[in-house]
Design a protein around this ligand. Structure first.
Ligand code: GDP
Ligand code: IMO
Ligand code: MG
Length: 426
């Protein structure tokens, strides 16, 4: 196996960071292909918790190269902050962090526009992370964006930035918000560009070369399939292709590149921000899941909405990603819940269906049809093999696998690297 992907199958925060860190011990390159600093990926190494937003989660393995691909939107200031924080704990990224010249740059005005759009009266509030992601991807598809390569071409940078700032200021001034000064932005941008310069390269060529040389490459998805701009619960999505479909376009590799796609899911479901969530629990059970699972955003600290595992959405996500296996995370958090539920179908306007609907109002009206399974008690965070798990937990995993149609290949019972069980259920 030379190229493997780790993608989220829900609405993000599935535990991708932990899985990428775990698998990175056997990889030589870890590549982010989409999203930006809206991601918050947690890695716990020897009890120390670290959250990365832009730097790939392979950073904690000294020999691993980390690549930020063409499909990512790069906030240079956020990247430099992260590099600095990692340096403080002894992790040096010099000579092993590579940023694509083709990635688009997130500017401060993108963040201001993001916050403006998401609070505009009359418009549907998405509940974005406020990291400028939507406006930056918007500029990219409108062909008005600025790419990393442009930062080193003074004429291009000055003229494109002048046009972008004028357009942004036009909107900001009408909303009574603070506007941006071209000269100050140019000066700040030049300084940031110099500081990231040692990391900038033709990252697409580098990854292609590594694959040709038979090196192990891991693609790290950010967000989750249900937040994918094409396949998610549109318009309550992010602005990139979070699923495995984002890999070829976000890295310049051919479709056939992947040897294996691992889909990551929690043993229950969470969502941050607005949008449909059929299995959401607005009761004590939901609050208990939030407390037990410490479901507060790694990027914004917002409380996450919690609910039961949605088998309908999971089967859909596994299919559209071509998931070869499932990593089921946070199984330890379900201990003590009686019963444990999995949604196996939706009832929409009186009719039962196992299909994940495209229409927003259908999803909003969908009532979950649950399968109730016996729960289990006790601390399972020290289990290191499937046979050590309570029989009820094993039954829950088999039903998850049957309902989803993809085999469970990893079970996670705690945030630490060692709190992981690898291997098939049977
Ligand atoms: P990501 O965005 O997909 O990387 O996930 P986040 O880092 O945003 O959120 C996952 C959270 O769950 C983090 O705080 C992890 O440390 C934690 N976590 C991951 N796996 C497990 C697990 O199996 N059990 C428990 N209790 N926590 C976990
Ligand atoms: P990781 O990689 C969970 C959500 C936001 C909002 C929507 C759009 O840690 O799983 P955006 O700022 O991207 O325009 O916001 O997407 N969102 C995430 N939710 N995990 C994430 O990343 C997310 N990144 C964005 O809450 O609903
Ligand atoms: Mg996260």
């Amino acid at each position: 196996m030379t190229a493997r992907a780790v993608v989220g199958l829900q609405w993000g925060d599935e535990g991708k960071g932990k899985i990428v860190d775990l698998l990175a011990s056997r990889a030589q390159l870890v590549v982010r292909y989409q999203g930006g600093a809206n991601a918050g990926h947690t890695v716990v190494v020897r009890g120390r918790r670290m959250v990365s937003h832009l730097v790939p989660s392979g950073a904690h393995h000294p020999g691993v190269e980390c690549v930020i691909g063409a499909g990512v939107v790069l906030d240079p200031a956020a990247l430099l902050d992260e590099i600095g924080q990692l340096r403080e704990i002894g992790i040096d990224l010099a000579g092993r962090l590579w940023v694509s010249e083709r990635a688009h740059v997130v500017f401060a005005y993108h963040k201001a526009l993001d916050q403006l759009q998401d609070s505009a009266p009359g418009a549907a509030r998405i509940g974005t992370t406020g990291r400028g992601i939507g406006p930056c991807y918007g500029d990219k598809v409108n062909r008005t964006g600025i790419r990393v390569a442009d930062l080193y071409d003074e004429g291009v940078l000055a003229s494109r930035l002048a046009a972008s700032i004028a357009a942004a200021n036009d909107r900001l001034v009408r909303a009574g918000r603070e506007i941006f000064d071209l000269e100050a932005t140019l000066a700040a941008t030049r300084s940031l560009a110099e500081r990231i310069r040692p990391h900038v390269c033709d990252a697409e060529e580098r990854v292609a070369h590594a694959i040709r040389a038979g090196r192990e490459v891991l693609f790290e998805g950010a967000q989750g399939t249900l937040l994918d701009v094409d396949l998610g619960t549109y318009p309550y999505v992010t602005s990139s292709n979070a699923g495995s479909g984002g890999i070829p376009s976000g890295t310049g590799l051919p479709l056939r590149v992947l040897d294996l796609c691992l889909g990551v899911t929690k043993a229950y479901a969470t969502r941050v921000g607005e949008g449909p969530f059929p299995t959401e629990l607005r009761d004590d059970v939901g609050s208990r899941l939030r407390e037990v699972g410490r479901e507060y955003g790694a990027t914004t600290g917002r409380p996450r909405r919690c609910g039961w595992l949605d088998g309908v959405a999971l089967r859909y996500a596994a299919r559209v990603n071509g998931a070869d296996g499932l990593a089921v995370m946070k199984l330890d958090c379900l201990s003590g819940f009686h019963p444990v539920k999995i949604c196996r179908a939706y009832r929409i306007a009186g009719a039962e269906s196992e299909r994940f609907p495209a229409g927003l109002s259908a999803l909003e009206r969908a009532e979950p049809v649950y399968e109730e399974l016996p729960g289990w008690d006790g601390d399972i965070s020290r289990s290191r093999g499937i046979p050590e798990l309570p029989s009820e937990a094993r039954h829950f995993l088999s039903r998850t696998e049957e309902i989803t149609g993809a085999p469970v290949t990893i079970v996670s019972v705690g945030p630490g690297r060692e709190q992981t069980i690898e291997g098939r259920l049977r």
